[in-house]
Design a protein around this ligand. Structure first.
Ligand SMILES: Cc1cc2nc3c(=O)[nH]c(=O)nc-3n(C[C@H](O)[C@H](O)[C@H](O)COP(=O)(O)OP(=O)(O)OC[C@H]3O[C@@H](n4cnc5c(N)ncnc54)[C@H](O)[C@@H]3O)c2cc1C
Ligand code: SF4
Ligand code: SF4
Ligand code: SF4
Length: 361
């Protein structure tokens, strides 16, 4: 077959990739970027600033019809795939339990029952994984995605930081730069979703990953949160030792032991726009999902989704890293996950009125 004939017959059948240009116009520029870091994880042409930005020309804008990089930013973005929209609020699961770390050094600073930290330490100390990708913070509570390879480093991640950081970018970095192949990632639903997309479309079985997803109603950009905390509590971030959002209250504990509360609604203007669209409260794509709602204070609710997750939890219990209880109020988790759906419905209406892109439609 002549080359001209071949090109005329087959080239139109090759579907051109959609790339950064489309990602920017549909997601980033319309407020749907949650900052998960999936798009930057395997393409050196994009860097994460406050939002992802091109720092080098995208191959698709240089006349190519296929993305030349190891991954396509567009295809893996969780707000492009948007499969979370079709899941039941609690997703598919085997069982739901409450659990608590046994080590007092974990419980002392844990957000809830310290299960995320205990499972990470168990996995690391028993060679299930080479490293844990999670989120640490500085004195001023700036969240930073980091990789832990020791018990001490995992302990430095303990506790919830209510601000966004591109966990999936760090996941990509350890795979590319450190060539690590057995990882645990602790992250929010959007981040876990991005990693599942990368596993399916790019990594396949090259990397073995255990995914621990955190329940998540909403998250905040750091600067807005810092200013709002100053305005509402007259506190600088370095005076705070714990931040929690529970039962409609935004609660801070200070170094001097004071506990201060405001209605969480006060912080609404700071919420990431993407979070008002996201319905993935219970992190439906994880092996185990963990959260505070549904359990007594000092315990972590655990949704067991996969065999892998179930085995990890059972073995951590057998080895004495955690204890497990059946005392869980599933209705309360469903209720909060349902509220997130209502928020999404209102956001969809607003976006329709404004003529903005609506994932899944
Ligand atoms: C932004 C955010 C919103 C949340 N919203 C809810 C909610 O509405 N309802 C609810 O029940 N639970 C929510 N959670 C989960 C809850 O706060 C606890 O993280 C969870 O119960 C696990 O507690 P633990 O004691 O087992 O975790 P710990 O053992 O204290 O470990 C916490 C883990 O969280 C990770 N982490 C901390 N901050 C971040 C971050 N910004 N991004 C990604 N990972 C992070 C760390 O890597 C660490 O491994 C939220 C968490 C976050 C980060
Ligand atoms: S080269 Fe590929 S992954 Fe990189 S920006 Fe372009 S489309 Fe996205
Ligand atoms: S992949 Fe994540 S960081 Fe990139 S555009 Fe989508 S939501 Fe934003
Ligand atoms: S609400 Fe959804 S998009 Fe926002 S940080 Fe949580 S999981 Fe990500």
């Amino acid at each position: 077959m002549l080359m001209e004939e071949y090109l005329a017959r087959f080239v139109p059948l090759i579907k051109p990739s959609k790339g950064f240009k489309e990602l920017k116009s549909l997601i980033i520029d319309t407020g749907l970027c949650c900052g998960c870091g999936t798009c930057v994880a395997f393409c050196s042409r994009i860097k994460m600033f406050d939002l992802p930005e091109l720092v080098e020309a995208c191959t698709l804008e240089q006349g190519s019809i296929k993305c030349s990089e190891e991954g396509t930013c567009y295809d893996n973005c969780p707000f492009i795939t948007a499969e979370f929209l079709s899941y039941e609020p609690l997703g598919e699961y085997k069982k739901i339990v409450a659990a608590r770390a046994k080590a007092s050094e974990i419980l002392a600073n844990a957000q809830d029952g310290g299960v995320a930290t205990a499972l990470a330490i168990f996995a690391l100390e028993n060679n299930y994984v080479d490293a844990i990708v999670g989120v640490g913070r500085d004195e001023e509570w700036r969240a930073r995605a980091i990789t832990a390879k020791s018990r001490e480093e995992v302990l430095s991640m303990v506790g919830t930081k209510y601000s966004k950081t591109p966990v999936v970018e760090e996941f990509g970095r350890v795979i590319k730069e450190e060539k690590l192949k057995k990882l645990m990632v602790i992250g929010l639903g959007c981040q876990i979703n991005g990693i599942r997309n990368l596993q399916k479309n790019l990594l396949k079985d090259l990397v073995d990953v255990i995914l621990i997803g955190l329940f998540c109603f909403e998250n905040f950009p750091y600067e807005c949160l810092r200013e709002k905390i100053k305005e509402e509590f007259n506190l600088s971030m370095s005076e705070i030792v714990k931040v929690d959002i529970t039962k409609g209250k935004f609660i801070v504990k200070t170094k001097s032991g004071e506990i201060l509360k405001k209605p969480v609604k006060v912080f609404d203007p700071c919420v990431n726009d993407a979070c008002n669209f996201c319905t993935n409260f219970s992190s439906v794509f994880s092996d185990l999902s963990v959260g505070s709602i549904g359990s007594e204070q000092g315990w972590t609710t655990v949704i067991v989704r996969t065999e892998r997750g179930e085995k990890l939890l059972e073995e951590a219990e057998k080895a004495g890293y955690i204890e497990i209880s059946e005392n869980v109020d599933v209705k309360s988790i469903e209720y909060v996950a349902g509220l997130k759906r209502k928020k999404n419905a209102a956001t969809v209406e607003k976006r329709k009125e404004e003529g903005l892109f609506i994932p899944g439609e």
